[in-house]
Design a protein around this ligand. Structure first.
Ligand code: PMP
Length: 391
């Protein structure tokens, strides 16, 4: 008997990959060549599985701002927001976000994970209810487990199932937080936000939307899925991350509820962790500005999404019917998925391998995602690599 017995299954997986001489999980980027190419594990590859939707990770203005911030304010804040880690720039970014989303308030977290997790853990508590989409991200699940609220899952993207559960709650619906995502990270599908918002209104519940994958991707100025669906007034809280479209790290929550300010005193993942480094805040502020100034990036992203989706569909691969910057190829057999991932990698295409339990069901995924920075030729190369794969 040992404390470590439960780790054996991870060791089995690790040995399996070691014997094959590959490691899809934790592959090492040895050198970045551009937003879309790098040397990874010794191979020059097209990055076809990042969340770098707008390709903003090498913007000279963002780099200069980060460098300037390091010189002025140092490499780290060495403290939490509640202690010594609130710098003027944190407040400026909160102001930028509130202005961008048109909300009364905004608060920063040090990562997207701690934003979503912290808000999910804090908003509904003991004696209250969280109703979450079954395919919610781990950060949502982790948060609600900590919250002490009753956890009820509804079928993925199924408003009828959500309504059934709201109805059953009766009066308790008024102390219920519904949590959904704008775009789901694994399959790139969209929450039916208009229907969800109208149910929230009908039953008097609260709604939080995680826009991790939809900021910069949907809505006017990239304001996200909530803006695109026109349900800002019914969305009580928007959470999101800087690590995808804004090519940085950190998270946020914006809201019109004045109580958002009180979350600073209640959310443990806000209180008990160091605040984001000055350089991170500086590059995020520039990226947010560029995202608004350059709508052509979003247009290019969607062109690329359509291109990759139609090319992979033409190959007869099993992909979702909706077009989204995330294009996931589904495979029933995990071994085939691993072999295909290796073949793609050898051919210079680096996608995300997702195997159960990380995938939303029993199948495995080769999760591709496009960036505005991909060229037509790179998307063709991704497609060509897929076209050579054999069952
Ligand atoms: N929410 C969702 C839906 C996500 O996909 C992710 C990241 N995969 C996060 C939150 C956490 O964001 P971060 O990686 O920036 O901490």
């Amino acid at each position: 008997m040992s404390l470590f017995e439960k780790f054996n299954r991870y060791d089995e997986m690790r040995s399996y990959f070691e014997e094959r001489g590959t490691m899809p999980f934790g592959a090492v980027t040895e050198r970045s060549l551009s937003s879309t190419e790098a040397i990874v594990n010794g191979h020059r590859v097209i990055l076809a599985g990042t969340n770098n939707y707008l390709g903003l990770n090498f913007e000279p203005e963002a780099i200069a701002a980060a460098q300037g911030a390091i010189e002025e304010s140092g490499t780290g804040t060495t403290g939490s927001r509640m202690a010594n880690g609130t710098f003027a720039d944190h407040l400026m970014l909160e102001k930028d976000l509130a202005e961008f989303f048109g909300t009364k308030g905004a608060i920063l977290f040090s990562t997207g994970y701690s934003a979503t997790m912290g808000m999910s853990a804090t908003l509904a508590g003991p004696g209250e209810v969280t109703l979450l989409d079954a395919d919610s991200h781990a950060s949502i699940y982790d948060g609600v487990r900590l919250s002490g609220a009753e956890i009820i899952r509804f079928r993925h993207n199924d408003p009828a199932d959500l309504e059934k559960r709201l109805r059953r709650l009766g009066q308790r619906a008024e102390k219920t937080l519904i949590i959904v995502e704008g775009i789901y990270s694994m399959l790139g599908d969209f929450a039916p936000l208009e229907e969800i918002a109208s149910l929230k209104r009908k039953y008097g519940a609260y709604l939080m939307v995680d826009e991790a994958h939809s900021l910069g991707v949907m809505g006017d100025n990239g304001r996200g899925a909530v803006a695109e669906a026109g349900v800002e007034d019914d969305t009580d809280f928007i959470v999101g991350t800087f690590s995808k479209s804004l090519a940085s790290i950190g998270g946020y929550c914006v809201s019109n509820h004045p109580e958002l300010e009180l979350v600073r005193y209640a959310a443990r993942s806000y209180i008990y962790t160091a605040s984001a480094s000055p350089s991170v805040i500086a590059s995020t502020r520039v990226a947010l500005k560029l995202m608004r100034q350059r709508p052509e990036l979003r247009e290019q992203l969607w062109k690329n999404a359509h291109r990759l989706h139609s090319q992979l569909a033409e190959l007869g691969l099993q992909i979702e019917s909706h077009v989204s910057p995330v294009v996931a190829v589904k495979l029933e057999n995990t071994e085939t998925a691993v072999r295909w991932w290796e073949d793609l990698f050898q051919k210079g295409v680096f996608v995300n391998l997702v195997i159960p339990p990380a995938s939303p069901s029993t199948y495995s995924l080769l999760r591709c995602s496009v960036s505005a920075a991909h060229s037509t030729e790179q998307i063709q190369r991704i497609t060509d690599a897929f076209s050579t794969l054999k069952e």
